[in-house]
Design a protein around this ligand. Structure first.
Ligand code: ZN
Length: 433
């Protein structure tokens, strides 16, 4: 019989019972095992025995990246060193690196979670999985690798880069699934197309980690590589929460199923820290249910998304969240509306005739009224035309009014006029003071 890595729970009721059990175990475990957590619980005036229902999670204090920094190099450690078998670290773009400890069980649980990702992506043990992400102190390579071995497919651990070797392996080993970043997937698709490799390879799926792929990007990867759009998957993940493999968008691509039997996901208003209404956007806050070495209690991820209500066509009981819409740090308030640059991004990327670059300028006029000006670029192949620019402008202004319910002005610039950067580009300019 085929082994399944799917959740053992069969209904929401069973899932909630399992979550409550895991939550109770976790609060006891950290209270006993971590001075840091114990102090935080005591300061918040909460004892493990106070957690009687899932709603009681609200009584627990939040954990933030500051806790990780303060506890460096072994933050949130809740087991003795002799039980720790591995550490992983994030690449650490701001401040110190995030370092997390793992017990043997943590590593084992993570492999099971990741094996489930391969299962949800429709892989079988016959698959040959080429893994082109970083191996090292980062979680990426280990996650994909251990998950693949646990799942039972053949792994080809190539690591990132080395396009020539990747392509050769695709052909020689008849790789069926490729794991890489979406940018790498695009590079590979372009090469497959350029050297005319499509008929010589057996590639059927691509699984993207660490950065989300936009629809436009997926379409292009599919067109060039011949891999169908529905067989391109996104795997989210963060080092704090094991690493990649804590969820996957199934083949219906209606959002990311996340493994709610391993962690609780709350979506909170980042300002008030209260729960948002179902389906509304907010910050992802996670609490682990069986993590031993470095458990997370209401860890504020700063990532913004929303829960997707209802059931997925695939029939999974695992709930779904939307793709990540941005970071809570990027949010700005304009005329009492909370806006994420990703909202504007989405509208602009759906508009015909404009490029993907944009800037948002917020300023206060002498009248005291706040204004928003959005600068966009005319698409590369469009010739400058006043009437046409006016239409482009009005289209975007209407779309923003309709979808975000605020008024703004749009200015259309020549293609290439806005600055580009390979790193994170500054897009919001707020001079309101
Ligand atoms: Zn599904």
């Amino acid at each position: 019989m085929k082994q399944s890595f799917d959740a053992k729970v069969k209904s929401e009721t069973e899932l909630k019972a399992l979550q409550l059990e895991g939550l109770k175990w976790t609060v006891n475990h950290v209270y006993e095992g971590s001075q840091h957590y114990k102090k935080k619980f005591d300061e918040a005036g909460v004892k493990p025995r106070d957690i009687k229902t899932l709603d009681d999670i609200r009584r627990l204090p939040f954990t933030t990246s500051k806790d990780l920094q303060e506890g460096y190099p072994f933050p949130l450690q809740s087991v003795p060193f002799e039980n720790i078998i591995r550490i992983h670290a994030s690449s650490g773009t701001t401040g110190k690196r995030k370092v997390l400890c793992y017990t043997a069980k943590d590593v084992d649980d993570w492999a099971n979670m990741f094996a489930r990702c391969y299962e949800y992506a429709g892989c079988t043990v016959e698959d040959r999985i080429q893994i082109a992400v970083g191996y090292g102190v980062w979680t990426a390579g280990w996650g994909f690798q251990n998950g693949c071995e646990r799942f039972g497919a053949m792994s080809i651990p190539v690591g990132p880069g080395n396009l020539e070797m990747q392509l050769q392996f695709l052909e020689d080993f008849q790789t069926t699934a490729m794991c890489c970043t979406a940018s790498m997937g695009l590079l590979m698709a372009e090469e497959i197309d350029r050297v005319g490799l499509r008929d010589k390879i057996a590639l059927k799926k691509m699984i993207f980690g660490s950065e989300r792929s936009s629809d436009a990007m997926r379409r292009r990867i599919s067109d060039l590589s011949g891999v169908p759009m529905e067989e391109l998957y996104d795997i989210p993940g963060m080092t704090e929460l094991y690493g990649p493999g804590t969820g996957l968008d199934c083949r219906y691509h209606t959002g990311i199923h996340y493994w709610a039997d391993y962690f609780i996901l709350e979506i909170l208003n980042p300002e008030t820290l209260e729960s948002v209404s179902p389906g509304e956007e907010g910050e992802m806050v996670v609490t682990t249910l069986m993590k031993e070495a470095a458990p997370l209690i209401r860890y504020r991820t700063r990532d913004i998304t929303r829960l997707i209500p209802g059931e997925c066509q695939c029939g999974s009981v695992m709930p779904r969240h939307d793709r990540l819409l941005g970071r809570s740090d990027d949010m700005f308030i304009f005329r009492a509306v909370n806006i994420y640059p990703s909202h504007i991004d989405e509208i602009i990327s759906k508009s015909e005739g404009v490029g993907s670059e944009y800037q948002i300028h917020l300023f206060r006029k002498e009248s005291g009224k706040d204004h928003m000006l959005i600068k966009v670029e005319r698409a590369k192949d469009l010739i400058k035309d006043r009437e046409q620019d006016k239409h482009l402008r009005k289209d975007i202004e209407h779309a923003i009014k309709k979808q975000i319910m605020v008024s703004c002005d749009v200015e259309v610039l020549d293609y290439g006029e806005l600055p580009r950067s390979e790193r994170k580009t500054k897009r919001v300019f707020d001079t309101r003071g």
